[in-house]
Each structure stands twice: as C-alpha cells, then as structure tokens.
Write a protein that binds this ligand. Sequence first.
Ligand SMILES: [Zn+2]
Length: 76
Amino acid sequence: MTTKDWKKAFKQLKAKPIKMKKYIKHNAPKQRATGVCLKRCSRCGRFGGHISKYGLDVCRCCFREIATQIGFKKYS
Ligand SMILES: [Zn+2]
C-alpha cells in the first residue's frame, strides 16, 4: 500500500462490507497537526522536497520545471 492513496483497496472490498469496515478502522490515516505529510506538492502530490517559500507550495522537481515560467532566473 502506498501513502498516496489508502482508498485503493476499496474497489476490492466493496463486496465484503464487514471486512471493509475493519479495513477502514485499522488503515485510515491519522489526523495530524504537524509533520511532513501535511505538506504536499500542489502540482504532483509529492511529500518530499517541499518549497513553501514565497507561497509556491510545490516540490523541488516541479519547481525546476516551472521556475522560468513563473519568473525565476538562474544566474550560474
Ligand atoms: Zn511536484
């Protein structure tokens, strides 16, 4: 199971309501106040390498792709 989508198993469990209930009870992600998992890239959904400076809210990979379009300039 990936962190991306824990609901992927729902498709399979739809026919088994009791097992579905049990699955939800034990596998639903915790509601968190802090931590890495709160910051997701708004473009691709990646958790790591997050840039929130200047209100960008994207990961480092997406930033590299869109930097020139949003007005950043590379000097070196
Ligand atoms: Zn991204």
